[in-house]
Design a protein around this ligand. Sequence first.
Ligand code: NAD
Length: 254
Amino acid sequence: MSLEPKALRAAAALLRRARAAWALTGAGVSTPSGIPDFRGRDGLWRSYDPDRVSSIQGFLNHPEEFYAFWLGRFEKMRQARPNPVHELLSWLESRGFIRGVITQNIDGLHQAAGSRRVLEVHGSARSGTCLGCGRRYPLEWIARRVRLQGVARCDCGALVKPDVVLFGEELSPDFEVAQREVEGADLLLVMGTSLTVWPVAGLVPLAAKQGAHVIIANATPTPYDGLADVLLPGELVEIARLLRQALEVEDARA
Ligand code: NAD
């Protein structure tokens, strides 16, 4: 399936008409910034077992293995810079095309690109919390401890867990806000997610059920492509460039 100019024009028209649009993003918007996704072509779950390195049980049972995996990822996130996809979403918000971004990402790149309303439904890698006394620590402190000791332990002796939602944990409070916003939305622009992680993937059928339009932009098919009014298959950086161009052309004509 290839990206058709007609589909791009249809997506631009939906964005232009929408009054309460939200974007929903996943790991695919950050792969152009050098952060690997999980289930894409070179996704991490091809070489790692998510139960061991990305679940709360894995964290509690083998913290060294968990931290060895995450240290490299956090380092990449610390060095990563926003790419044109993050920039498009920030621009869409600043121009009033979307109200904000609901993201599954934990890398903070939407905020770094200037997006103001960002709902981080899987938490954030910027900090961690002691599971014993609740003290908060910045990512840099956690990374330093892990490099020195293999795990991050608080002064009270308990483990410090990054503030990201692991498999087996409840979602962040932002998820409830996201659900409410999607219930009142008239358009959901989905970018760079395999839509396989629940309950976030459920936001797409929820939007469709409320009568909202759905645009899905992704390199590979998702289980909800059948609900989409417009599909934009392909590379997101290219899609972002063309979508912005289409909206700017219409702007110039208006
Ligand atoms: P996923 O890996 O399951 O899916 C990513 C999707 O993006 C894939 O379908 C892939 O084909 C597509 N994709 C990747 N790069 C693309 C590109 N350049 N252009 C177009 N499409 C592209 O990720 P997910 O759906 O977000 O779910 C995984 C979970 O992992 C999320 O809950 C998230 O919390 C977490 N995660 C976060 C980050 C991050 O913060 N950057 C990175 C990886 C995973």
